[in-house]
Design a protein around this ligand. Structure first.
Ligand code: 3PG
Ligand code: MG
Length: 428
């Protein structure tokens, strides 16, 4: 039977353990939110306990320029803040090898990594942390250069652990590397996969809420989710595009691509389309502008039933928070066995009310398994409802995923192990 070997079954004693993490939390040289680092600490402690020598790595940002093929190496996307954070938190000494690129196309020469590992073996540091993986030549390559880098890197280690659930793209450090080293799933990866299983084999009814910008990139996951879920609630650009396509209305500020994508989605999903819960009232504006006290009149609460097809409507900025008090909507959330949320309902942080009302309503359902994914969703929950969020951290009915894109990729492939880097760990 096929299975994913977990790191608990790996012999780590005295071994150089190469660990891929998703510590992509540095923005402009500072840590935005350390949640994703904290979530990997059990894995790191386990490696120390088993006498392994950890060589850690993560990508930060998107330094690869698709048009020129160049890699922009900027200090602002370095791993230094992560190493500093981990060193402080664990009271351990981290070392970043002095690896440099000799041209604009990334780091190719790995020699200094060998020197850092020698220092690790001599106890001069407690862990090594590679520079941003996306600074290496071959990391994101679609050709044999990915294997050249993966093989070269593997030459410095004995074992590979993937604990980077959020890093779902099949790159050298998440995917190709598994061909060259005995490979295992980290503790966080195992936990995330087990939690994702709850979306695929849910306690019913399953209510899913998805929002976000750009409809076209989300069609695949949305269609799959509509098959799995009992009810699907939409927000953000996705809801704008859906309403525009379904009722043939002109929503100002919406791109034609998004409307076309929504049309295709509706056509392809005819069998399940009645599972979409249309929030009956929304916050509209005539033109997008900064919200402040002076221009509040520019926003209006509007009922879907009052819309006239011949008139263009403004842009939907948020769900009307009061819809989450309506009995028919409350009933859907209160009756759910599982609630999966990858959704910020409002347009930017200027419109938090819809999300706040919805997250509060979800919290009222104490029996439901509540699964939250996506960096912005989790951050908004923590920012707007800090008390509820703090309690949720220790509530076993809640789970907060460290990835957003990763979950949508798995859903699109209709399996909790649907992401390519996870499939590379599977043993027959
Ligand atoms: C993220 O922050 O979404 C993950 O780290 C993945 O990053 P990516 O979308 O740039 O691959
Ligand atoms: Mg992302």
């Amino acid at each position: 039977m096929s299975y994913i070997p977990g790191m608990m079954e790996a012999d780590l004693f005295g071994k150089v353990v190469l660990v891929r993490l998703d510590h992509n939390v540095v923005k402009k040289g500072k840590i935005k939110d350390p949640m994703r680092i904290d979530a990997t600490i059990p894995t790191l402690l386990h490696i120390f306990k088993k006498g392994g020598l950890p060589v850690l790595m993560s990508h930060v940002g998107r330094p690869y320029d698709k048009t020129t093929g160049q890699i922009n190496i900027s200090e602002l996307e370095g791993v230094e803040p992560i190493v500093e954070y981990l060193s402080q938190k664990l009271q351990l000494r981290g070392l970043i090898p002095e690896l440099k690129a000799s041209d604009g196309f990334g780091i190719a020469e790995l020699g200094p990594l060998g020197e850092s590992i020698a220092r690790l073996k001599h106890g001069e540091c407690d862990f090594v942390y590679l520079p941003n993986t996306r600074w290496f030549k071959g990391e994101e390559a679609k050709d044999e250069r990915a294997d050249v880098f993966a093989k070269n890197l593997a030459g410095y280690a004995d074992v590979y652990i993937n604990d980077a659930f959020g890093s779902w793209q099949p790159h050298a450090s998440t995917y190709h590397i598994t061909k060259y080293l005995p490979s295992f799933a980290g503790l966080l990866m195992q936990k995330e996969i087990a939690s994702l299983d709850k979306v695929f084999a849910p306690k019913r009814p399953l209510v899913a809420v998805v929002a976000g910008s750009k409809f076209d990139t989300k069609i695949g996951p949305l269609a799959a989710l509509l098959e799995i879920a009992d009810h699907l609630v939409l927000g953000g650009v996705i809801y704008n595009a859906y309403l525009a396509a379904k009722y043939d209305i002109n929503v100002s500020g919406l791109s034609q691509e998004d409307v076309d994508a929504a049309r295709k989605f509706i056509e392809d999903s005819q069998e399940n389309i009645q599972k979409i819960v249309e929030l009956p009232s929304v916050v509209l504006c005539q033109s997008l502008q900064e919200r402040n006290d002076d221009n509040w009149d520019a926003y209006q609460i509007s009922d879907l039933k009052d819309w006239d097809q011949s008139e263009p409507i403004g842009y939907i900025l948020d769900a009307d928070p009061d819809v989450f008090k309506m009995p028919e909507i409350k009933q859907i959330f209160n009756g759910a066995g599982t609630i999966f949320v990858n959704a910020v309902m409002g347009f930017t942080t200027l419109f938090p009310e819809g999300s706040m009302a919805m997250y509060s309503l979800i919290d009222e359902n104490i029996k439901a398994v509540k699964l939250f994914g996506g960096g912005d969703t989790i951050q908004d929950f923590g920012t707007y409802l800090p008390g509820t969020f703090a309690l949720a951290q220790n509530n076993p009915q809640y789970y907060f995923f460290t990835g957003g894109g990763a979950i949508l990729s798995a859903i699109e492939n209709r399996s909790a192990t649907g992401m390519k880097p996870v499939q590379a760990l599977i043993k027959e």
